[in-house]
Design a protein around this ligand. Structure first.
Ligand SMILES: NC(=O)c1ccc[n+]([C@@H]2O[C@H](COP(=O)([O-])OP(=O)(O)OC[C@H]3O[C@@H](n4cnc5c(N)ncnc54)[C@H](O)[C@@H]3O)[C@@H](O)[C@H]2O)c1
Length: 350
């Protein structure tokens, strides 16, 4: 088992390893005096791991209730949130009790936001079961639900009391969902670690996925410790996301999943940045090869006008400027501030 401590406003451990779901009860016993909790999951994950986690909790003397939302992005909604608040209240979950998010990023974000707001805040533990959630969404305390105007527009920061990532759960992911998570993994290599990028370029990541996850989490926790509230350095985690979010919106949410949209966004911004001498020559070709080796797409045929109009709605825009993340070389990243006109010209260089 690998342990990484995140020294955020409240410090917590991220545990990564095989067979951790069975040890969940023991691990959580060390962190709380409460013996009561609610496990929040989705219907797919419930079928696979719901009884396993309840058994593990029971073994350690916990009284656990379970709430399952339908699998999919639509469940990151106020409707599900209110259903969950009512469920917690009906089951007498009090301020000293806690929640467990068992599932992918959807369950993690919904549970985290619920934990931040129910009774003005209760503890929660992340038990991520997708690659994307293990390397990214379970770490750093960003929580959110979606509204009609867009994804993640209502949310807050709420750090979990622990993250327990059982890498055995990844064995039931479809190849497609696994590949989607690899989009964020490649991002970590690009922004911070040329050696990680090198490892990923050979494909065959499943063989040593535990260490790869730990490397990604190490990078994320480092960045989060320096800028928990996302006002500076944390923006580098958004490499590929400005275009990626625009591509997701353009295609319709769910048509291109997040990690694949980020993969396309990373290649496209790198190509444009290379043509504007913000990125060394050859980086985008290496990135393309790495994405292909990991079964990820690298290009979207989104037209430039749509890419511009959909991406300037991004959270990283101020009134007349936009911050764009580029990688001058593999393993290094920087935030570049452009006027909207300069940004428009950059898009012509893709
Ligand atoms: N909070 C953050 O910092 C952050 C960062 C990145 C992404 N996100 C959010 O994360 C969400 C995407 O997360 P995701 O990709 O994990 O999606 P997801 O939670 O929808 O999971 C994808 C699918 O995999 C299934 N699944 C989960 N674990 C499984 C397992 N072990 N075996 C088989 N199937 C399994 C789920 O039921 C679902 O159908 C988005 O809403 C995104 O906005 C949040």
């Amino acid at each position: 088992m690998i342990k990484i401590t995140v020294k955020a406003s409240s410090a917590y451990d991220i545990l990564i390893g095989k067979g951790l779901l069975d040890k969940c009860g023991e691990i959580i016993s060390e962190l709380t005096k409460s013996k009561k909790c609610a496990v929040v999951t989705d219907t797919t994950v419930d079928g696979l791991y719901g009884s396993k986690i309840l058994d593990a909790l029971k073994k350690s003397g916990f009284n656990a209730v379970k709430f399952a939302v339908p699998a999919g992005e639509e469940s990151k909604s106020h409707q599900q949130l209110i259903g969950l608040y009512n469920f917690l209240s009906e089951n007498d979950i009090t301020r000293s009790d806690f929640l467990i998010a068992l599932g992918g990023g959807v369950v993690g974000d919904l549970t985290g936001y619920c934990a931040a707001t129910y009774l003005r805040g209760v503890d929660y533990v992340q038990v991520p079961t997708t690659l994307l959630a293990q390397v990214d969404s379970s770490v750093g305390g960003k929580t959110a639900v979606n509204i009609d105007a867009g994804k993640n527009l209502v949310g807050c920061f709420k750090q979990p009391i622990a993250v327990v990532a059982d890498t055995d759960t990844l064995s039931t992911l479809s190849d497609d969902i696994f590949a989607d998570g690899m989009g964020e993994v490649v991002k970590y290599g690009m922004i911070r670690s040329s050696s990680l990028f090198e490892k990923l370029s050979h494909g065959r990541t499943k063989e040593n996925i535990g260490e790869i996850i730990a490397e990604c989490v190490g990078i994320k926790s480092d960045v989060v410790e320096n800028d928990e509230l996302d006002t500076g350095e944390r923006m580098i985690l958004n490499f590929g996301h400005t275009f990626g979010h625009a591509i997701e919106k353009y295609m319709g949410y769910g048509v291109v999943p997040h990690g694949k949209a980020v993969a396309m966004g990373m290649y496209m911004i790198s190509r444009a940045a290379e043509n504007r001498s913000l990125t060394q020559k050859g980086v985008s070709e290496k990135l393309k090869a790495c994405l292909k080796a990991n079964f990820l797409p690298f290009f979207s045929d989104i037209d430039r006008d749509s890419l511009y109009s959909l991406s300037i709605g991004d959270k990283k825009r101020t009134s007349d400027k936009i911050r764009v993340i580029v990688c001058p070389e593999i393993g290094k990243s920087e935030i570049v501030t452009l006027s909207l006109n300069e940004y428009k010209n950059l898009l012509e260089l893709i």
